[in-house]
Design a protein around this ligand. Sequence first.
Ligand SMILES: *Cc1c(COP(=O)(O)O)cnc(C)c1O
Length: 224
Amino acid sequence: MGITENYQQVLQTIPENVALVAVSKTRTVAEIKDIYTLGCRDFGENKVQELTQKYKTLPKDITWHFIGHLQSNKVKYIAPFVGLLHGIDSLKLLKTVNKEAIKNNRVIPCLLQLKIASEETKYGLFQHDLIELLEHDDFQILKNIRVVGLMGMATFTSDKQQVQEEFEYLKRLFVSIKQQYFTNSDYFKHISMGMSGDYTLAINCGSTMVRIGTTIFGERNYNK
Ligand SMILES: *Cc1c(COP(=O)(O)O)cnc(C)c1O
């Protein structure tokens, strides 16, 4: 099956109120255009240079999602155009994003990444870090970032029960954080969770945004 068929099939399995981010990292501009033509306008990248290149080449009505770990010194390259930052995991990074957003005279939407997986390597905040960040005076004064929700990646495992528990944990955390810190905000509404292997489960657990690469584009080849 080709990319367009895959994309159409994925769309059929996602409810209307769940956003689809097509994860296009390592994919060519031509591959991206295959589904841009079908109406896809949300693409996810995890390398700053690759994202910047693709942004320059592709139509300007695309919303670019940065889904990787973002280094502070690289924020400036994507601040002019990035649509949503999924991987914010420190106040320091948030301050840098705010600073670059001011330079570009815009407000940059951000998701705070929670560490929900049991693996050591995954980035993200623990619950207590999240609360500390939200309560910090330095956070309150940031006017050019907008926290629109939470993001998480489940453990890479075939144990569906474990993955489900991790997604349910993120959903519960989202609800309590919204209630405590964002009661009067219409913006705090996203839970970005679910990838090719686990997005159906994530949606059942309350995901509002899934990030899907392999199921749409096929296996990634990093040596291309
Ligand atoms: C690569 C990546 C995805 C997509 O993974 P697939 O398994 O190809 O769907 C989703 N989220 C993040 C953060 C990623 O880095």
